[in-house]
Design a protein around this ligand. Structure first.
Ligand SMILES: Nc1ncnc2c1ncn2[C@@H]1O[C@H](COP(=O)(O)OP(=O)(O)OP(=O)(O)O)[C@@H](O)[C@H]1O
Ligand SMILES: [Mg+2]
Length: 235
């Protein structure tokens, strides 16, 4: 078996009495797009936070390209090649779209500029490079955050509800960009409530409920799974 892009073993994280992630294991093969779904509060964002070092897990192990990343700081994990976006958007409204990309870079200014312009082109935002991020639409801000995450050229990309609040046109640009990243060999894990987006993008979907992985499979199979239906509609 090839080395997994990401392998999680028995991950557990609680906040006080709340078991946010309860013994989750999963494996991502390189060059594929995976979905992570589950009702509100099922632990999706907490799982991302544990992978990226923002939260310290209570138990479990995380391997990136076969190497343990347990205990590393968020910036160290980012440097190793894991990029993520946030459920609540994080752009600098008083900086231009272009500056929002440049703030994450160090060193060679010209190379960073070239990369930033290339990425804005990648999501058809080059015409807005000089616009303050605060003046962009919500969807455009999300695209800016998305390509800023790509500045360091991560090989594993974690997206927390990228489609939420994004209009149809921008959404298609985003989904197209995600597919092209996969075609470049990158691995993508996305949290998404919109099942149409999940169906159109993901080969494999993991389902969380109350912090536990209750199902794993193709989007079609997942939608027929009794435990999944119960988790979403059974209460
Ligand atoms: N920093 C925190 N302190 C205390 N409880 C937290 C914290 N972060 C998350 N939780 C709790 O952990 C559980 C999982 O939350 P999490 O945000 O991971 O869910 P989610 O699946 O991302 O939900 P949503 O779909 O609403 O974004 C919830 O019960 C939440 O209230
Ligand atoms: Mg969340």
């Amino acid at each position: 078996m090839a080395t997994a892009a990401l392998e999680i073993e028995g991950l557990r994280k609680s906040f006080g009495g709340v078991l946010a992630v309860n013994g989750v294991s999963l494996r991502l093969e390189p060059g594929r797009i995976y979905g992570l779904i589950g009702p509100n509060g099922s632990g999706k964002t907490t799982l991302f936070n544990c992978i990226t070092g923002l939260e310290r897990r209570d138990e479990g192990r995380v391997f990136f390209n076969g190497q343990p990343i347990d205990g590393l700081k968020p910036y160290q994990i980012a440097r190793q090649g894991i990029g993520r976006t946030f459920q609540v958007i994080r752009v600098f409204p008083e900086l231009t779209a272009l500056e929002n990309l440049l703030v994450v870079t160090q060193g060679d200014r010209a190379a960073a500029m070239e990369r930033a312009l290339e990425l804005l082109r990648f999501v058809k935002l080059e015409g807005l490079k000089g616009e303050f991020a605060g003046n962009l639409s919500y969807g455009q801000q999300k695209l800016v955050e998305f390509v800023r995450m790509l500045m360091r050229d991560p090989s594993l990309i974690l997206l927390d509800e990228p489609a939420a609040g994004v209009n149809r046109t921008l959404l298609n640009d985003l989904l197209d960009a995600v597919r092209r990243l996969r075609d470049q060999g990158k691995t993508v894990l996305l949290v998404e409530h919109d099942m149409k987006v999940v169906m159109g993008l993901c080969e494999t979907v993991f389902v969380l409920d109350h912090g536990e992985k209750i199902a794993e499979g193709s989007p079609g199979a997942i939608q027929m799974d009794e435990r999944v239906i119960e988790a979403y509609f059974g209460r």
